[in-house]
Design a protein around this ligand. Structure first.
Ligand SMILES: *Cc1c(COP(=O)(O)O)cnc(C)c1O
Length: 483
């Protein structure tokens, strides 16, 4: 009993000493090293960081930890200040080999698209002003005629993203009515978003027909009733059913739909304007093919294979687009000026037939293997434990399910077990901690970096980071320094 009381007393004394050795907020923030931060980040931010840290230190001391030194506190306040007053959304180097990576912001933009977005953001612009008449105009004119020229559609409009395009179309055209979809196309598009849920939000009733792997035209026909408004085709963007499958061609759907006076809507998902089979990939449905097949509306994303900023593209019949434009929901999902400018600049690359040379997504798809090999070798030259191997890049982003391109990878292998087994996750974490952060791919116990998705101007940064990171984690690499 006395022993316990004594121990409690000792720890109380230690705690009191710990508390007392902590500087006051004023003393901490008057340290010369932190004074310098005030001019960059403001006194308020430095104070906030110091208060947070001292509070956390008091809590840690109360739990029996030792008090941090002044140097450690200053160091922590500096990094806390950056956390509080620097943007957390930063540019990263994508070495995963996944061209359209939703977690990494999907499509990188062309120089021209970025310049156009910057230009309209810096000052005012003619977003909704007809310069000829001086009257109010529509923001849609900046892209609609481009989209019509590229797809052969009667009319076009652009909204916030493809999901909102689908929501708008179904709300304006099929609310309180039925929409028939093949069961194999009632898909989840990622991030937990499911086409059936988006459809329900519109107030349209989803009628699923067929089975997961097989849907026939007769299945659609049997489901048509007086309540049916539309037939909807959804591109099964992110998966592929192989083996015994049966799908209905869009043309057949159009023929059936129009015979019954129904609309035919085509959600292409990625959507694209170029022929992907030229690059050894499966043919990805193109907007112009949908329109040629007779779809009343075709919808797709702006930031998948199109290679532009986030947007939802809707092309098709004039009277339908007109209805969508006038619907109150159109205002709620409208696109902003910067993305409109970026999208117009991106579409102009297609008009000028220079997409493969100017749009990063297509440059990456078209990159010759010999270039990728040369760049991977450039990264690995003189790097302990690294080798260049063959592998596959992925198109990704809900397009070309299973679509891969042969590539060359820089590979660093970790040991299967024992010392060095965790070297791969450590290297990956160290690469992510670089500025700019580098995101590699991990496969089994190998760290892989794919030059296909790394912009050529980022090669220097990758080479330097690899050297620094491998040196700092060295010793645990098989065949590496110190092993
Ligand atoms: C990606 C995708 C969407 C959603 O597009 P966002 O532009 O991300 O809103 C909708 N439908 C399909 C089939 C898709 O692949």
């Amino acid at each position: 009993m006395a022993d316990r009381a004594c121990a409690t007393l000792v720890s109380l004394v230690v705690m009191q000493t710990g508390f007392r050795s902590l500087p006051s907020v004023d003393r901490l923030t008057s340290d010369e090293r932190l004074k310098g931060l005030e001019s960059t980040y403001s006194r308020g931010v430095v104070l906030e960081a110091a208060r947070q840290l001292l509070q956390e230190s008091r809590r840690a001391i109360a739990e029996g930890e030792a008090a941090p030194s002044l140097d450690a506190l200053v160091e922590s306040v500096s990094s806390r200040v950056r956390l509080l007053a620097e943007p957390s959304l930063v540019s990263v180097i994508n070495a995963t080999g996944v061209i359209l990576h939703t977690n990494l912001g999907r499509a990188p933009l062309s120089r021209e698209a970025v310049a156009a977005m910057e230009l309209v953001s810096q000052g005012y612009n003619n977003l909704e002003l007809d310069l000829e008449t001086g009257r109010r105009g529509s923001r849609q004119v900046h892209v609609s005629s481009l989209l019509c020229r590229l797809t052969g559609a009667e009319d076009a409009m652009v909204v916030n993203n493809n999901a909102s395009g689908v929501l708008l179309a179904l709300t304006a055209l099929a609310r309180r009515k039925e929409v028939i979809v093949s069961r194999g196309q009632a898909v989840e598009i990622g991030g937990g978003f499911r086409i059936p849920d988006v459809m329900r939000q519109s107030g349209a009733k989803l009628v699923e027909v067929g089975t997961t792997n097989c849907t026939y035209l007769a299945d659609y026909e049997k489901a048509v009733s007086s309540r049916t408004a539309a037939l909807l085709r959804v591109h099964s963007s992110n998966f592929r059913i192989v083996g015994f499958t049966q799908d209905v061609a869009l043309q057949e759907l159009v023929e059936l739909g129009h015979r019954h006076g129904l609309l035919v809507l085509d959600d292409l998902g990625s959507g694209c304007l170029l022929d992907t089979s030229r690059f050894g990939l499966d043919p990805e449905p193109r907007l112009q093919d949908s329109i040629a097949a007779g779809a009343d509306l075709a919808l797709c994303s702006g930031d998948k294979l199109l290679g532009g900023p986030q947007a939802g593209i809707i092309v098709g019949r004039k009277h339908l687009i007109e209805k969508l434009r006038k619907h109150p929901l159109a205002r709620a999902v409208r696109i902003d000026k910067t993305r409109l400018a970026g999208l117009a600049a991106t579409l102009l690359h297609y008009v000028k037939e220079e997409a493969e040379q100017k749009i990063p997504v297509w440059q990456m798809i078209a990159a010759p293997l010999s270039d990728l090999d040369r760049r991977a070798r450039g990264w690995s030259a003189g790097l302990d434990g690294a080798e260049v191997i063959g592998g596959k890049s992925v198109v990704g982003g809900g397009s070309l399910p299973g679509g891969t391109l042969p590539t060359r990878l820089l590979a660093i292998r970790g040991a299967a077990r024992g010392k060095g087994a965790n070297v791969v996750p450590r290297l990956a974490a160290a690469l992510r901690a670089q500025r700019p952060p580098i995101v590699p791919r991990i496969e089994g116990n190998a760290l892989l970096l794919d030059p296909r998705t790394v912009l050529p101007e980022e090669d220097g940064a990758v080479r330097k980071a690899l050297r620094d990171v491998v040196r700092s984690v060295a010793g645990s690499l098989p065949g590496g320094t110190g092993s």
